[in-house]
Design a protein around this ligand. Structure first.
Ligand SMILES: Cc1cc2nc3c(=O)[nH]c(=O)nc-3n(C[C@H](O)[C@H](O)[C@H](O)COP(=O)(O)O)c2cc1C
Length: 356
């Protein structure tokens, strides 16, 4: 079926009133101008959401993963992508990865998008996502990330510039943003509509304000308001952990995708678990030996890309997530921080997973 006809059919279904089949997590779904295998995606996470972790989540059923945020300006000064390859790497990803950029200058964004999409590896990104939600001072001070929610006209020009650059490559631009700057400035709906008018083809909403950073509860009602008032597909994000959460967001709040962040850390099988539960009623709980195998696979993948010394340092952060809630977690965390080589880490992983 050609793209226009599929789009028309999709929009007809989206706008249909009256009873119709409830959305399922396992449904395939349009996102920008691609179709995803199901409605579960991994949120971008700078640090723990590196290439190895993303590949693991894809293996466990995430229909899309998003790279760690990468500076549009930084890319322009990085002639051969030497410094940024570790963030942009999407090879081995079975066409499930999207690249996320941040920046505060439309001209930078346009040039960065062109450079990326002309690249043989990065050009395979599913969509180009623009970060307008990062709360970190270093980013906000430059006018990028969540600061753009205070300058919606500039944000719109960035989306226009990115869309213009992405169009010849057949790629859609998507935007990830927050509920607003703080509780007195909740503007996700007007902001999302403005991004739509500027050319964005899908929206991800982290239903917290910048002021909340990562604390407090995400307010999903804002996702509902956004989904009701835009014709774009909306990815719900913030505090998603279970199939029930997904159903609430898909059925009550009109989301099209469920974007899982911290719920996947130390638990990359969460995607398969939710899909399993929908399919046959029982979530997936890997047995100790399977858990050890998964964690070791993650470790090996990190070491393969980063080398032993750097890889071990990087993997320790991920290990802390795998240890969360485990018996004697503090003891093993301490031990992990002192582990200096692969063998020590391997032994430790086998030891602590036995206690699960
Ligand atoms: C360690 C960490 C790094 C993050 N890095 C990014 C990032 O690079 N880009 C982005 O858009 N959001 C980033 N986020 C935000 C997440 O994508 C997500 O919006 C947030 O964690 C809320 O979802 P959750 O409640 O499922 O974790 C990050 C979050 C965490 C915890």
């Amino acid at each position: 079926m050609c793209y226009e006809i599929r789009m028309e059919k999709h929009m007809r279904e989206k706008n249909q009133s009256g009873p119709r089949a409830k959305k399922k997590v396992a449904d395939s779904v349009r996102w920008g101008n691609v179709f995803l295998q199901n409605r579960l995606v991994l949120a971008p996470m700078a640090g723990p959401g590196g290439h190895s972790f993303r590949c693991l989540c894809e293996h466990f059923g995430a229909a899309m993963t998003v790279t760690e945020l990468c500076s549009a300006r930084g890319i322009l000064y990085d002639t051969n992508f030497v410094r940024n390859h570790r963030y942009l790497r999407i090879a081995g990803s079975k066409n499930k990865a999207s690249i996320q950029l941040f920046g505060a200058d439309p001209a930078d964004m346009k040039k960065a998008v062109r450079r990326l999409l002309a690249h043989p590896e990065y050009g395979k990104t599913l969509v180009l996502d623009i970060n307008m939600g990062c709360p970190v001072k270093k980013v906000v001070q430059t006018g990028a990330g969540s600061a753009l929610m205070k300058t919606p006209d500039l944000a719109a020009r960035i989306v226009e510039a990115a869309s213009e650059a992405a169009f010849p490559y057949g790629k859609a631009v998507t935007v990830k943003f927050r509920s607003g700057w703080d509780k007195d400035h909740i503007n996700a709906v007007s902001f999302g509509k403005k991004m739509e008018a500027a050319g964005a083809k899908a929206l991800s909403l982290h239903a917290r304000t910048r002021e909340q950073m990562y604390g407090g509860r995400a307010d999903w009602t804002i996702i509902g308001e956004l989904a009701a008032q835009t014709s774009l597909p909306v990815a719900a994000n913030g505090d998603i952990r279970t199939l029930e959460d997904c159903y609430t967001l898909l059925h009550t709040y009109g989301a099209e995708l469920c974007m899982i962040g911290r719920g996947a850390l130390g638990k990359p099988w969460i995607f398969k678990s939710i899909l399993n539960e929908e399919n046959n009623g029982s979530p997936l709980a890997p047995r100790p030996e399977e858990r050890a195998k998964i964690i070791l696979h993650h470790l090996n993948a990190v070491l393969e890309t980063q080398g032993e010394e750097k890889g071990i340092r990087e993997f320790r952060t991920s290990l802390v997530y795998y240890l969360k809630g485990m018996p004697k977690a503090a003891f093993y965390r301490n031990k992990a921080m002192k582990a200096e080589n692969y063998e020590e880490l391997k032994e430790l992983i086998q030891e602590f997973t036995q206690g699960t």
